[in-house]
Design a protein around this ligand. Sequence first.
Ligand code: G6D
Length: 349
Amino acid sequence: MKIEKKVFGELNGEKVYSFTLENRNGMKVSCITLGCIITDVIVPDKNGKLENVVLGFDNVESYIKDSPYFGAVCGRVAGRISNGQFELDGQIYELPKNDANNHLHGGPEAFDKKLWDAQEINVIDAVGVEFSYVSKDGENGYPGNLSVRITYTLNEQNELSITYHATTDKKTIVNLTNHSYFNLSGDLKDDILSHKLQVKSSEILELNANVVPTGKFMNVTNSPFDFNTGKKIEEAISSTHEQIQLVGQGVDHPFLLDDHQNEEIVLIDEKSGRKLIVETDQQSVVIYTSNMLEEPFDIRGTKARRYMGVCLETQGLPDSINHPKFSPCILDTGEEYKTSTTYRFNVLK
Ligand code: G6D
């Protein structure tokens, strides 16, 4: 196992460092201290060819100017908080509205745009990085000084594990995720429409025109959101279902997971033979098929276009603080926010 630290670039006069984790199979995971961004995940295809399977950039400027959260940690609260406000113990908190009338992914200059401290991890069967950051009381409108630690580790079984940990000195809300865009074709040779997706989920959250939950749980049976037996992403996206059309002819929905630590999310690209298995202790996964990725920039030489990547953002239910029926994302003093997700890369037999 190897770990290599380099200077990736600079932000406001401060160095941004990259860490590249490598195992004996040749798998590499690179991440940077800006936003704990995962810039590269290099894995073999069925012929052993090593290629990148995540969307990303090779410089800080592109991440600041262009990135729709490529590889980044989102927080304090991932997803949208409707109307940019919530109530906690009778107090109303107003958050910056950085997505129409909503607050998205922690607001502007949120965790994805912060410089995190980093410590290398080197244990017997894994290497990794522990990122840490203290979000000050009132940052982006949230109460409490929130101390966050996020650890990425790579082992010899081609598993990238992410553990999220937070504590607070005042009751607050927190819901963290990683916003990597996966494309198993390798080096963006193709889009993700022919990728096969399987998700053990019988319900999604219905969204409204502002892409926030209505509060209704929608059974997926006989709908394009039924991925329980596995199907190509294009099969769902081509549907005329109003929820598919509502989010820009794609998927952008929270899926409630019916199973955990048991191959509950599987993504396959038959052409390359690559297979990604995601296992988590989180209640849900927001699946986003990059329907909005119609940006005037290149991604490592490939023009950005919709359906170039699929996000598997394991997390608590979005906007839960504004929906009493949802499990809350409240963290009180003396409590510990702790969750983990593993991304295991294989090739088809
Ligand atoms: C769009 O609605 C989607 C979000 O889910 C996604 O996280 C963002 O683009 C990058 O706003």
